[in-house]
Design a protein around this ligand. Sequence first.
Ligand code: NAD
Length: 349
Amino acid sequence: MPEIAVLPGDGIGREIIPEAVAVVQAVAPDKFTWREYLVGGAAIDATGSPLPPETLAACLAADAVLLGAVGGPQWDTLPPARRPELGALLPLRKQLELYANIRPVRVQKALVGASTLKAEVVEKVDLVVMRELTGGLYFGEKGRRTAPRAAYDTLIYTEDEIRRIVRLAFLWARERRRRVCSVDKANILESSRFWREIAEDEGRNFPDVELTHMYVDNAAMQLVRRPEQFDVIVTENMFGDILTDLASMLSGSIGMLPSASLNGKKGLYEPAHGSAPDIAGRNLANPLAAILSAAMMLKYSFDLTAESARIEKAVADVLAAGWRPADLAGPGDRVLGTRELGAKVREAL
Ligand code: NAD
């Protein structure tokens, strides 16, 4: 039986992941072995390490990983390498070689009015941001200098790192509207000019897919100006980090946005948001991003396309019936807590 390593992590991760697991168990009973492991602050408190060797070994051995979120103010004063994000998330991505982070942004019909942007701007949005996840500024050489005091990070990309993510973007575009927009800062950065060269070269293998390029500053502007123009956006690590949070607001709330991090063989699935310490432990968190991440897991790791679609439809039906998580509630909406909304999705399956 395929094994799923479950890493709830910290804060609301511990509330939303049980709901996602329960939804998968309802739609695909007895199909998986589930094992839970410590990560992030919870792992620091229990073992001293944000990514205990047992957790890493389990993730390497499992068929897929379902992750909540890590971090919280109580761990922010630790040395950087022992903090939940730097000490757990980055090494996990690197060790599993999860080079492609994929975040689909679609606006649920029922939530068109919930975005901070006008309904006519967001109603046709159906895009995917594909972010390079194991290279660039977040992994390049970094350090401090004295006299004068300074700090630096290095943005470096190899040809192979660029080629494999751009190729994946073309393959995804083929299953969609056949348009790839590669986002860079080629007017300033040498690494971006190189990225553009490799993207062009790889594009020659996909003559049926349109390739365009856009500077990241313009892309940020276009994402709020006319987001429906995008099909697949592919970009480097830091630009993707920022653009995906921006794009999340098109869907109404970051609590709606799922993500998959893939390496061609294995996937790690997690909501796009963090551990939300401000609302943790109060049954207020929106579990839908986690539930939709689990739906992505069924599709991309286990080829359970019908089961995945059933979950997506159940989420859409619950929202269409007027039920809302607290972060999306407007006046007159029927608001449900984390557990109750998870149960409602299971009922709708
Ligand atoms: P965050 O995403 O946790 O929260 C930002 C805001 O969105 C908060 O107001 C929060 O209440 C709200 N929010 C987020 N998810 C929600 C949900 N499912 N339902 C309802 N509201 C939701 O980002 P942050 O505040 O910048 O970071 C909090 C902690 O999370 C920090 O320790 C940070 O390092 C960590 N973090 C972890 C990840 C990850 O594990 N992948 C990602 C980002 C931040």
